[in-house]
Write a protein that binds this ligand. Sequence first.
Ligand SMILES: Nc1ncnc2c1ncn2[C@@H]1O[C@H](COP(=O)(O)OP(=O)(O)OP(=O)(O)O)[C@@H](O)[C@H]1O
Length: 306
Amino acid sequence: MITAENLTKRFGAHTAVDGISFEVRPGQVTGFLGPNGAGKSTTMRMVVGLDRPDTGSVTVNGLPFARHGAPITEIGALLDAKGVHPGRTAESHLRLLAATHGIGRARVDEVMELTGITSVARRRVGGFSLGMHQRLGIAATMLGDPHTLILDEPVNGLDPEGVHWVRGFVRSLAAEGRAIFLSSHLMSEMAQTADHIIVLGRGRILADAPVGDLLGGGDRERTRVRASDARELAILLAAEGVSIAHADGDTLEVEGVAASRIVRVAVGADIDVHELVPLRGSLEDAYLALTGDAVEYRSDPAAIAA
Ligand SMILES: Nc1ncnc2c1ncn2[C@@H]1O[C@H](COP(=O)(O)OP(=O)(O)OP(=O)(O)O)[C@@H](O)[C@H]1O
C-alpha cells in the first residue's frame, strides 16, 4: 500500500509534481498514466526516497520508505532496468543484491524461475535484449518478496510477447494481494492491465478512477440505436430526460442511459429495434480528452504537413 499526501517536487522554477495525493491499494494494479514529462518518474522516485518532496509525504505500508528496517521486503522498485553492470551475469547480479540484504541463494533461484530467466542466468547482462533486461529487473524487485511493487514503464520498447508476459505477471502478483504501481504512457496497454488508473498531466492528477469509469460508463455511455420509428423513439426518450446526441434517418445516438432502458421504451411503444450498439469510448479517447492541455511537447500537424 502506498499513500501519498500533497506531494510536491520542484526543480528550480519548474514544478514537476504539484501537490498530488493518491493511494495504491493491495490486490490491484494501479496504472500511472501521463504524457512525457508529466511527473510520473519523479513521483515514483519520491516513493522510494530517491527524490525528496518539497512538501507533502508518502508512506509505504504506513511508514516512509527510509524508516523501514528492511525496505526490500516491503517494496520492490524497477525504475531503470538498464542500470545493471553489463559485465555481470544475471545470476551474479541477483546474488550480489540478495547478499547485501541478507537474502539466500535459494530465493535468487526462485525469482529467476519466476521471471523465466533461469536459462540465461550465466550470461552477461551486456548481451541481454530489452525484454531480458526487464525480466531481470523484475526478478530483482521480487527478491525480498515485497507486498508492494513499483514498475516504471516496464513494457516500454518490448515486443508483443514481452508485453504479454509483463501484463500476465503483474496481474498474477495483484491476484496474490500485492499492490502494484505501474507507469506507462501507453493507454491501450493500461486498459488491459490496470484495475485502477491515475492520470497525471503537468504534475497534477487529472483522473483517479477505476478503469471502467474512465472507459466511459455511467453518464458518458453512448448507444447507437436503429429502430423502425427512430423519430418517435427519440421523442419518447427525450420525454424521459434522455439526451439524444445525434439523429439521422432511422438511427439515433443516445447518451447517458443503459441500453436496456432504450429497449424497454421502444418495446413499450411497439417500436422495433433493428440494431443496438454500445459506443464505449476507448481509454485512448478518455486519456486524450484529459491530457489535451497537459502535454509538455506537442507536434504541430501543420508543420508536419508542410
Ligand atoms: N533531476 C531533474 N532536474 C531537473 N528537472 C527534472 C529532473 N527530473 C525531472 N525533471 C523534470 O520534471 C518533469 C517531470 O519529469 P518526469 O521524468 O518525472 O516525468 P515522466 O512523467 O516520468 O516523463 P517520462 O515519461 O518522459 O519519463 C519534466 O519536465 C522533467 O524535465
